[in-house]
Design a protein around this ligand. Structure first.
Ligand code: DUC
Ligand code: ZN
Ligand code: ZN
Length: 491
């Protein structure tokens, strides 16, 4: 008789706060025992010499998404979740992206139809709200939040997505009332437009000018404004994909003032710079994303933000477009930077990059790594403690890492469909070697062990990180100014 479906023996179990040498017993998809020398199991896995980490949770990625200019990402839910799994992830949270005029509810149905039959690991969605009509804010969004879509993203730039400050306030106060977390793409739209016009007027249209048009100041101004808007209505926010020292400082300042402002950064801001956009010919198009990579000083500032806790989460912002007429070159072989799809692939390398260059090189410890890539992601997005840690009662989402395995990054070894990787040729130390999701072995011996459609949809709880502080600014405090509450009390 077996006590367990699976016993993982002899590894070092790492969480955000502890390291233990013990066996892990798994039954019915959950961790049921953590102890020295467990009893018999239907299957034993020898993890000696390996680290066992909670499965990575990819909290920011664009999968099977049509961009605001009508371009489909090169990955669907099958290729993206396979790629994520090979990169040590057991959960992805991409976006169900509303286009203006669309119903939010229908948008979610459409994504369900895509993800359900294809995903190989667990998944949920954030919403993207681009059309905050009274119907959307009054009915669809609250209903979807209650149904487990407890976070959503809004944009301060992009013609077809951006919200103005008044719309931002409407959306933020709705999030406060419903307890949802708002993720904000913070760049100043008019600064981008003005710089773009000047650059194009001067015939400066090569890919490198994308980085010039999306300035550091445009990012930090919008970050400051998003923080101020959220402060007015006492709503926690997450500033996503932070690229620069200036924006990092704005977030830090808000946190030092006691505001619930969270921060996210991504591999492209640690390992790429604006010089990559200046590669031969159109090659620079491969590195065009928004915000763009900056310079070596910005990379150092972003590392510091990871070390000192300014950033709670580290995500890929995987937004894959092929370097051909279906993607980056959809407007022709030599498009101006204004017509190059924004986004870089990175879902499979997010964890190996941070492990190698962060943990192995002594910039962060292994517990910080787990916190940034799994535990905090689960906490922020309402999946903790079922996901994001290794504990009795949690889902058996476990990744065995060989901390000494050295491999050079080659696109041909990856599993996404972008056709290239910005990190080609980097030699990284420390790779995931076995990936287990709810007790199912997903990746073993470098091969996929599960079928498309075996990943499970995850409705998410409200996160306590999204609960308001209860400190409304005097101007909107109903007790002082309005007689009746305009903003129902927080949870
Ligand atoms: N910027 C975004 O805002 N989303 C996807 C990719 C990108 O570069
Ligand atoms: Zn964005
Ligand atoms: Zn994004």
């Amino acid at each position: 008789m077996s006590d367990y479906d699976l016993a993982i023996r002899g590894g070092t179990v790492i969480t955000a706060s502890s390291a233990m040498s013990c066996d892990i017993g798994v039954k019915d998809g959950e961790v049921v025992a953590l102890a020295k020398e467990l009893g018999p199991a239907a299957r034993d896995i020898d993890a000696s010499g390996k680290l066992i980490l909670p499965g990575g949770i990819e909290g920011h990625c664009h999968i099977e998404q049509v961009s605001s200019t009508g371009l489909m990402t090169s990955d669907d839910f099958e290729s993206a979740t396979i790629s994520a799994a090979f990169g040590g992830n057991t959960t992805v949270i991409p976006f169900a992206a509303q286009h203006r005029g669309d119903s939010l509810r229908q948008t979610v149905e459409d994504y369900h139809a895509c993800a359900g039959p294809k995903s190989v690991i667990d998944y949920g969605y954030h919403l993207i709200v681009s059309d905050p009509t009274p119907e959307v804010l009054g009915q669809e969004l609250p209903a979807l939040i209650k149904a487990g879509f407890t976070s959503f993203k809004v944009y301060m730039t992009y013609d077809a997505l951006r919200l103005d400050d008044r719309q931002m306030l409407d959306v933020l106060s709705t999030a406060r009332r419903e307890g949802a977390l708002v993720m904000i793409h913070a760049e100043n739209h008019e600064m981008i437009r003005w710089l773009t016009e000047k650059l194009v007027d001067g015939s400066n249209t090569a890919p490198k000018y994308h980085a010039v048009s999306h300035s550091r100041l445009g990012e930090s101004e919008a970050t400051h404004r998003a923080i101020t808007l959220s402060q007015l209505v006492d709503t926690p926010i997450l500033i996503v994909h932070v690229s620069s020292e200036e924006a990092t400082s704005e977030i830090r300042r808000a946190q030092d003032n006691g505001l619930k402002v969270y921060g996210e950064t991504c591999p492209q801001y640690l390992f790429l710079t604006a010089e990559d956009l200046d590669k031969q010919g159109m090659e620079g198009a491969k590195f065009c994303c928004s915000p763009p990579p900056r310079d070596a000083d910005a990379q150092e500032a972003v590392w510091r933000g990871l070390q000192n806790g300014t950033f709670q989460v580290f995500s890929s912002d995987h937004a894959p477009y092929r370097f051909d007429e279906t993607g980056k070159l959809s407007a022709g072989p030599n498009p101006p930077f204004t017509k190059i799809a924004n986004g870089v692939p990175g879902i499979e390398l997010r964890l190996p990059l941070l492990f190698s260059e962060g943990v192995r090189k002594g910039r962060i410890d292994i517990h910080k790594f787990v916190e940034l890539t799994a535990t905090n992601v689960a906490r922020l997005y309402g999946l903790f403690p079922r996901k994001g840690t290794i504990a009795v009662g949690a889902d058996a989402d476990l990744v065995l890492w060989d901390p000494d395995l050295e491999r050079t990054v080659r696109y041909d070894d990856l599993h996404d469909r972008a056709g290239y990787t910005p990190y080609e040729g980097m030699t990284l130390t420390g790779w995931p070697v076995m990936v287990i999701n709810r007790g199912r072995i997903v990746v073993e011996d470098n091969s996929l062990q599960v079928a498309p459609g075996s990943g499970k949809f995850l409705p998410r709880e409200l996160s306590r990180f999204a609960a308001p502080l209860g400190r409304l600014e005097p101007e909107v405090d109903p007790a002082r100014n309005f007689g009746a509450p305009i903003l129902p009390a927080g949870r």
